[in-house]
Design a protein around this ligand. Structure first.
Ligand code: ADP
Length: 589
């Protein structure tokens, strides 16, 4: 969501404005819950194993210290004790550590798979209108790049966070047990790396967010360039396409470089300060040992345990920062998903008997630029209407409004007596089918593209195939023929006929057809138009550029739009007799 400039204090430009805390929306709660759904056992086990395995370094330090003290005291029994402890520790360590890796992977991968599933299922509940205004590249990036970052930085690092906190606690506990004064010295020496790394942690969160934004722009660009590949080739725009690609590519890699470099500096800083602490404790410990305050073994134990303090101190701020950054990615996706989740709920459309009524309808994509003005008409149930008019007169916009794609209209659009803005969208999509100018086909069989992966009796599929004029294609290639990515293995006409069959098999009461016959040859086109006209009991609203008298005569009414207004309405003969605007359009054609 954009932060309005008004919120910034004008008189204190240097004062840092804290980014608003993410609001725990319903969508974000659902997304976070998805990580742990039927995954709590793995999560709990992973934490328990992390706790056990975090004690490993403390035990090793204790064994080392015991060995040094046993050597110093020439104690055979001490050495034997240390050897027995090592013999027990090593296999136990191997088992615990292996189990830890297995369970952690199970938790992380199940969690991220469920997260992606939940996000996609929420995405599917979006309205067509809301989705069509958004960038699909953003969602692609969220479900690929961002998901990978969330997997590593949120799920994996949540377990690492517990592991490191406990490793720190064990080491501190053991230090306190052996020498309070030495422990206080270690803590004093550790203050510098703690402050330095904490101060730098925020910078990492900022860089992680930039990487996500750049990834989103890059994914959108690649999607666009690949989608327009044939246009690029046909217009010899390869150089420009390369320049566009390289622009985004450099940007995203530059943001990653900045994040990696920053993280590297953070690591070096903690590495160096860790070395200083370790060296300092070695020298101070040696002085204490010479003065007889502690044993040589305790010095080694402290030097070794320093790793268990410095390690967590150096990684914890980074873990916390990148966990925060990954959580921000979840909120970012939740925000997108939350917008316009108005699919279910609302008034169901029980029957289409009352037809579709449009009253004083006005709509514009942009403010002050109306596309439709004061349009009123009643489409009666079961009748067939042709929408004609010059390009840009608002025909597609009207169909989209009838499909509930744009909520910001003025006036009223009632489908089956229910105002479309208040209608349950699922029931609207059940009643109304849209056959579009651009057909989308899935990279699957013809049958699955017709049935949209639902179960239908063979007779229903056969009937849709026959009515959409697909019989010959099926006879030649079979229902299981693969259409290819977006139907590349089929002609434009065949793709159109599949989309018509798809709408017919759904048995919707209203069929909205937008130039659906534009990719068909004249003969097939009039066959299909006739088929749509012959569908009894179905209300048909067909946008057509094919002004053929024989076809137009079959419509109950022709609506002519001009500059977003209903210029003329009537039967073909009436409009021709009137010799008005439709007559001019028809004769020009
Ligand atoms: P037709 O189907 O009659 O050719 P449209 O309904 O597609 O006309 O378009 C009507 C007007 O709305 C045109 O001026 C077009 O440029 C504009 N328009 C269509 N879609 C959009 C959109 N998504 N955003 C902004 N303007 C649009």
């Amino acid at each position: 969501m954009e932060t309005k400039a008004i919120n910034k204090p004008m008189d204190s430009p240097k004062k840092k404005v804290k980014p608003p805390k993410p609001v725990k929306s319903v969508a974000s709660r659902k997304l976070f819950a998805a990580f742990f759904e039927r995954n709590r056992l793995s999560f709990t086990l992973a934490l328990i194993l992390a706790a056990i395995s975090s004690a490993d370094n403390s035990i090793i330090s204790w064994i080392l210290g015991s060995v040094i003290d046993a050597i110093g005291a020439s104690s055979r029994s001490g050495l034997t004790r240390a050897a027995i402890a090592t013999a027990i520790f090593l296999p136990a360590y191997l088992i615990v550590d292996s189990l830890f890796s297995i369970i952690k992977s199970r938790f992380v991968h199940k969690g991220i798979a469920q997260y992606k599933s939940a996000a996609f299922s929420m995405l599917c509940r979006k309205g067509i209108g809301a989705f069509s205004q958004e960038s699909t590249g953003g969602y692609l990036s969220a479900l690929t790049n961002d998901a990978a970052s969330i997997e590593e930085n949120y799920l994996n690092r949540t377990v690492s966070l517990v592991f490191n906190v406990l490793r720190f606690a064990f080491a501190l506990g053991m230090m306190l047990y052996y020498s309070l004064i030495m422990t206080l010295i270690v803590i004093g020496l550790c203050l510098v790396p703690i402050i330095a790394t904490l101060a730098m942690g925020g910078g990492l969160t900022k860089r992680e967010k930039t990487v996500s934004d750049k990834n989103e722009a890059f994914t959108s660009r690649v999607k666009d360039l690949l989608g327009g590949f044939s246009v690029i080739k046909a217009f010899k725009a390869e150089k420009q396409a390369n320049a566009l690609f390289n622009g985004e590519n450099t940007d995203v890699e530059e943001s990653k470089r900045s994040r990696r470099a920053y993280s590297g500096i953070l690591n070096s800083l903690s590495g160096v300060s860790g070395g200083v602490v370790q060296f300092g404790i070695f020298i101070i410990g040696a002085i204490f040992a010479i003065n007889g305050r502690i044993t040589a073994g305790t010095v080694i134990l402290f030097v070794n345990l320093c790793n268990c303090l410095i390690g967590p101190i150096s990684v914890l701020p980074e873990i916390i920062a990148s966990r925060g950054a990954a959580k921000a990615l979840v909120y970012k996706l939740a925000d997108k998903l939350e917008d316009n989740q108005s699919e279910s709920g609302g008034e169901p459309i029980a029957s289409l008997e009352r037809g579709i009524e449009v009253k004083a309808l006005g709509f514009g994509y942009e403010e002050d630029k109306p596309v439709l003005h004061n349009l009123s008409y009643r489409f009666e149930a079961g009748k067939k209407y042709a929408l004609v008019g010059f390009s840009g007169s608002g025909k597609t916009t009207l169909l989209n409004l009838l499909m509930g794609m744009h909520g910001s209209y003025t006036g009223s659009v009632r489908v089956g007596g229910v105002e479309i803005n208040e209608a349950d969208k699922n029931s609207l999509y059940e009643s109304v089918s849209l056959i579009n100018q651009s057909v989308f086909l899935f990279d699957d069989t013809i049958r699955n593209n017709i049935t949209m992966f639902s179960e239908f009796p063979n007779e229903a599929v056969d009937s849709a195939i026959r009515r959409a004029g697909l019989e010959r294609v099926i006879a030649e290639r079979g229902e299981e023929y693969l259409c290819g990515e977006n139907g590349v293995n089929l002609s434009g006409g065949e793709r159109q006929r599949i989309s018509i069959a798809r709408a017919l098999i759904k048995n919707a009461s209203v069929l909205l057809v937008d130039e659906a016959t534009s990719a068909l040859d004249n003969e097939t086109a009039s066959l299909i138009s006739n088929e749509i006209l012959a569908l009894s009991g179905i209300t048909g609203i067909v946008v057509t550029h094919r002004l053929e008298a024989s076809l137009l005569k079959k419509y109950d009414a022709i609506l002519m739009l001009k500059n977003g207004e209903l210029a003329e309405v009537g039967s073909f003969d009436a409009l021709m007799d009137k010799k008005g605007q439709f007559y001019s359009l028809f004769t020009v054609q």
